[in-house]
Design a protein around this ligand. Structure first.
Ligand SMILES: C[S@@+](CC[C@H](N)C(=O)[O-])C[C@H]1O[C@@H](n2cnc3c(N)ncnc32)[C@H](O)[C@@H]1O
Length: 153
């Protein structure tokens, strides 16, 4: 038995594909509806992208797909004139990505507008369920990456 375990251990340590396959096997048992992605695709080893996630404390978070998708969608806007805006910015991660992309364009400069209450979510109504409470996701403007603040009247 020990020999078999030893062989399995060596296989897993020395072979990333085997490790990933074991992970998928576990996934099938624990959360059958969860679908894995090919580990060698897109963002997993993209240093720049992972540094960006890390900057916002999302290196191991659940937003990776959304953040990557935003980057891909931004690429489609290269030729679109005008400014950009985000409604509900939280810690500013998406707005940061949008600003960084805007700055990389050779076309006319874009302004980016970040709208938020900076007071988090409003108190939920009955139809909103019980997952969130009023004030959740609150990030004061002062903690955001330096947007120029303009108070709504
Ligand atoms: C889920 S977070 C946004 C996440 C963000 N888009 C991202 O990509 O990381 C929701 C944000 O919406 C803001 N918010 C919620 N209700 C609002 C309202 N009625 N008016 C303005 N901002 C609101 C919260 O303060 C919070 O920052």
């Amino acid at each position: 038995m020990n020999k078999r375990l030893n062989a399995l251990y060596k296989l897993l340590v020395g072979d990333p594909t085997a490790r990933f396959e074991l992970l998928m096997l576990l996934g099938r048992v624990l959360v059958p509806r969860y679908r894995f992605k090919w580990p060698d695709l897109d963002w997993m080893d993209n240093g720049d992208f992972n540094d960006y996630l890390g900057h916002f404390g999302e290196g191991t978070g659940l937003n990776t797909d959304r953040r990557w998708m935003l980057g891909q969608l931004l690429r489609l806007t290269c030729e679109v004139p005008g400014d950009t805006a985000e409604c509900g910015v939280y810690r500013g991660a998406s707005s940061y990505a949008i600003c960084r992309f805007n700055a990389s364009l050779k076309s006319a400069p874009r302004n980016h507008f970040a709208f938020d209450s900076f007071q988090g979510l409003s108190a939920p109504l009955a139809e909103d369920g019980h997952h969130w409470s009023g004030g959740d996701l609150r990030v004061p403007l002062a903690r955001l990456w330096p947007f120029q603040a303009v108070e709504a009247s």
